[in-house]
Design a protein around this ligand. Structure first.
Ligand SMILES: C[S@@+](CC[C@H](N)C(=O)[O-])C[C@H]1O[C@@H](n2cnc3c(N)ncnc32)[C@H](O)[C@@H]1O
Length: 276
């Protein structure tokens, strides 16, 4: 297997995983086109207030979104005045994103690329952003964090907003019933079967959904990888998302999402804020 073929990943195992996932993503992206261009043209945003606050003022900043899918969050950063690039392995997703950008009249540089093999010009970035189902495609967190840290401007930050891995392993399977569907600490071992509720939108409830290889990363592992890559933690919150545990009387008693920000320059950071 030529590790540089197609996705260009530097590591054969990463290449195999990414190439297979790309085929599956291309198969479902038309079924999950995201918000229409008119939503963004009217000033709409799919970013949460917490994400925007954690990023700080992005006006004129170079923002890169990894695994940008059909472009909704990248377009949202652009409406805030950032100069945005979005990369994704799926050509279908990038096609949808580019069309949306043109129709909305909001320029974003969308490219098909693997986050493990970023185009050489994507350096000196002020913000590298990943969200909602992005970090689970990373098979090797340590390698990934080093690559990302290397692409940041000396004052740059990485911002990750994603599903909490507790949600990744727990599925509501009946009224007031949670079922453990995977190992929270599986780490580099891909979860063997993705429970239907955890499949990407577009594949859920399909009679023969495509196969995805995804990984479960405890936030502590992500933070450790970022710290090991020389970054400083400036923000870490875990939050409930009521809809995500629909079927429970108290869905807000469980974490469903987290937000991590780490920066390259400790003097630019704020006091770490750790909440439970
Ligand atoms: C659930 S989406 C996350 C993006 C966005 N937050 C969303 O909800 O649409 C996952 C995306 O990750 C992309 N992806 C998976 N592995 C990737 C990799 N190694 N490099 C870049 N993109 C990747 C897939 O093609 C897919 O579009």
């Amino acid at each position: 297997m030529n590790p540089s073929a197609d996705t260009g990943s530097p590591h054969p195992a990463l290449h195999d995983v990414t190439a297979a996932n790309r085929v599956s993503w291309n198969a479902i992206h038309h079924a999950r086109p995201g918000r229409p261009a008119a939503f963004f043209a009217a000033g709409g945003s799919t970013l949460s207030a917490e994400e925007i606050a954690a990023a700080g003022d992005v006006t004129g900043r170079r923002v890169l979104q990894l695994a940008c899918s059909c472009g909704d969050e990248a377009l949202s950063w652009a409406t805030l005045g950032a100069s945005v690039t979005g990369i994704d392995i799926s050509g279908v997703a990038i096609g949808l994103a580019r069309a949306k950008s043109v129709e909305a009249g909001i320029p974003v540089d969308f490219r098909r690329a693997d986050m493990f093999n970023l185009p050489a010009d994507l350096t000196d970035l002020d913000l590298i952003y990943l969200s909602w189902g992005a970090i689970c495609w990373v098979p090797d967190l340590t390698t990934w964090a080093t690559l990302i840290a290397d692409r940041l401007h000396p004052d740059g930050s990485v911002l990750i907003a994603d599903h909490h891995p507790l949600w990744e392993v727990l599925a509501v399977t009946g009224p007031e019933t949670l079922t453990l569907t995977a190992d929270y600490f599986s780490r580099t071992t891909p979860r063997p079967t993705i429970h239907n509720a955890k499949l990407p939108a577009g594949a859920r409830d399909a009679p023969n959904p495509p196969t995805f290889t995804a990984y479960i990363w405890p936030p502590s592992d992500i933070i450790t990888a970022l710290l090991s890559a020389g970054l400083y933690l400036t923000h870490f919150t875990e939050s409930p998302v009521p809809d995500i545990y629909a079927g429970l009387t108290s869905p807000t008693h469980l974490p469903a999402s987290y937000l991590i920000r780490a920066t390259k320059n400790v003097s630019r950071g704020t006091t770490p804020r750790i909440t439970k």
